[in-house]
Design a protein around this ligand. Structure first.
Ligand SMILES: [Ca+2]
Ligand SMILES: [Ca+2]
Length: 200
């Protein structure tokens, strides 16, 4: 089988070989490769910045109608009013949902902290009348005057219109398992000590 030799156009080194090929990296190209990696990572970091822009109708000010427009987009896909650069996807996660509504509300009432990164969970709204039976949003938005709903805890979700409790993460399961193992080990040790101190 013939040998294919390729020269990288960005100077990252030379790859040679057919199926049994090997990578040959010139020593002088290593710092350049590291530099390119930093450039790539930095450009990704710049792209990842989200301004959490709540002026979804691009009117120049944050107003209650921004909230209504985003609510209608999340509820019924009525998104014609979302004329900002990111539309109504305020938190830039690729979807328009009630967390975006929460992020607007957070700014509308001048709450401190990052409006796009607050804990969220399932909520069963009672207001407005056309609200879905279960939405995922921030607790304050859920229980406040916007949704006047019941909040089911951070990390809870909605499935088929019903709130679902939060499931512990892998690390939380690990902590639970370690605690149980520690309790069992402690009880075993106590039992052995008791037996050893009993008169024979
Ligand atoms: Ca606006
Ligand atoms: Ca979003």
């Amino acid at each position: 089988m013939g040998t294919f030799i390729s020269h990288s156009s960005v100077g990252l080194g030379t790859w040679s070989g057919g199926l049994g090929g090997r990578i040959v990296m010139k020593r002088t190209s290593v710092p350049f490769a590291i530099g390119m990696l930093f450039v790539a990572l930095n450009s990704q970091a710049v792209q990842a910045v989200c301004t959490c822009a709540a002026d979804v109708n691009n009117s120049g000010i944050l107003e209650f109608v921004d909230l209504v427009i985003t609510y209608d987009c999340a509820r019924a896909g009525l998104c014609a009013g979302c004329t900002a650069a990111n539309g109504c996807d305020v938190n830039c996660d690729g979807t328009v949902d009630f967390v975006d509504v929460g992020a607007i509300w957070w700014q509308f009432v001048h709450n401190p902290g990052d409006p796009c990164n607050q804990p969220r969970g399932a909520c069963t709204p009672t207001n407005p009348g056309n609200a879905p039976p279960c939405v995922v949003t921030y607790e304050e938005v859920c229980t406040g005057q916007l949704f006047v709903g019941t909040y089911y805890g951070n990390g809870s979700t909605c499935q088929n219109g019903q709130p679902q409790p939060s499931v512990p993460t892998v690390s939380e399961w690990g902590l639970i398992a370690m605690t149980l193992l520690g309790l069992v080990a402690g009880a075993t040790l106590l039992l052995r000590l008791r037996r050893s101190t009993l008169p024979q």
